[in-house]
Structure formats: structure tokens, C-alpha cells
Design a protein. Structure first.
Length: 219
């Protein structure tokens, strides 16, 4: 009988000890869970702070962009150029009679002074803006130079390229400027009059605003 009692006592003590171990393990796990929850809360707070910082920086860029464009517009207008503001984009328009002879994509020597002025302002004051050089024509086919320029697409492309190359030669980085051809598709005036066609034959130097690039834009 004594042997049986001692056996029962040992069993009870073993069970009690086992229960303590289980309780200790549970308490340790609870402590770890609490620590992970605190760490997760800290990370959420950090993410919220970073999101707020990014939003603030984006607003600062958006607020500064119009001011910078207004400054550029003022400088170019003071230099005698026609400048049109379209939102945060500026368009500097040069009629083809100033830049090229009829049916030609070779810059006139006298046009270089005007382009030098534009290039200097764009190069020195707006080092991060992208510049698009657009070639535009009237709706008259270039019959006299058809072998060189079969349509107005080739003529407008050649003229925009000539201006792009000149701006690059004047120090504007080649990765910030590119050409675009529109032929007669975007007239500024009527093509039914001599004066209207003269306005439509033009090169437009478009200064695009600096826009924060997000990863979503590449998806």
C-alpha cells in the first residue's frame, strides 16, 4: 500500500511540475506575441510618417513648378519670344520664316541668335525639365522639294530635328530634348489665307514641367 501511495504522490508532483512548465511556455509565447505586436505598431507608425513626408515633398514640387514656369515665361517674353502657358507647360513658338527658307530644313544663320537666347535660358535655369521640339506645317504639299520631303511629315520632322541638334550643340543634354513631327495636323490658324498658313508653319519648343515619377506610372 505504501508503495502505491508513493507512486501516486510522484505522479501528482510530476503532473504539477509539468503544468508549471506548460504555463511558463505559454507566458513566454504571450510575451513574444506582445513584442511582435509592438514592433508591428512601430512599423505602421513609421510607414505613416514616410507617406506623409512623400506627400509633403510632392506638394512642394507641385507648388514650385508653376512659379518656375512663370519665371521662364517672363524671361522668354522679355527676350521677344511668343510664349504660351498651358497649365504647367510652356510653349515657345518660332515661325518657320524666322528659322528656315521655304522648303528647307537648314537653319538660317540669322535664326541662331534667337535659338541661342532660348538655349541659354533653358540650359542655365531649368536643368531638369524635358524639352519637346515640335515641327508644324501648313496643309500645302512640298511639291517643289518632293524628292527630299515627299510629304509634310518628312519636312516637319527634319525641321524639328535641326532645332534639336542645335540646342544640343548649345549645351542642353541630349537626354532632355527630343523632336516630334506633326505636319499639318495641329494648325494654329486657318489654312485658307496666306497669313494663316504662315502662322501654321512653325516650330514649337515645349518646356514640360518636372513631375514626381511614381512606380505606378511604369505599370
Amino acid at each position: 500500500m505504501r508503495t502505491a501511495k508513493w507512486g501516486s504522490l510522484v505522479l501528482v508532483l510530476g503532473l504539477l511540475q509539468s503544468g508549471c512548465v506548460v504555463d511558463a511556455i505559454v507566458m513566454e509565447q504571450d510575451s513574444q506575441i506582445e513584442g511582435l505586436q509592438e514592433e508591428a505598431n512601430m512599423l505602421r507608425s513609421r510607414v505613416a510618417d514616410l507617406s506623409a513626408m512623400i506627400a509633403t515633398r510632392s506638394n512642394e514640387v507641385d507648388n514650385k513648378a508653376p512659379d518656375a514656369m512663370l519665371e521662364l515665361q517672363k524671361q522668354l517674353e522679355e527676350a521677344g519670344f511668343k510664349v504660351t502657358a498651358k497649365g504647367a507647360t510652356l510653349v515657345v513658338t518660332l515661325v518657320n520664316s524666322v528659322l528656315f527658307n521655304s522648303g528647307s530644313a537648314t537653319l538660317k544663320p540669322e535664326s541662331r541668335r534667337a535659338l541661342d537666347e532660348v538655349a541659354m535660358i533653358l540650359r542655365d535655369r531649368f536643368t531638369d525639365n524635358i524639352i519637346r521640339v515640335e515641327g508644324h506645317t501648313d496643309n500645302v504639299k512640298p511639291n517643289k522639294v518632293a524628292k527630299t520631303f515627299p510629304t509634310n511629315w518628312e519636312l516637319s520632322a527634319a525641321r524639328s530635328t535641326a532645332v534639336v541638334r542645335y540646342l544640343i550643340d548649345k549645351g542642353i543634354p541630349s537626354d532632355r530634348v527630343y523632336g516630334a513631327a506633326f505636319a499639318e495636323t495641329q494648325p494654329e490658324s486657318t489654312n485658307s489665307t496666306v497669313a494663316g498658313r504662315a502662322l501654321n508653319r512653325r516650330v514649337a519648343i515645349v518646356v514640360l514641367p518636372k513631375v514626381p515619377v511614381t512606380q505606378e506610372q511604369y505599370r
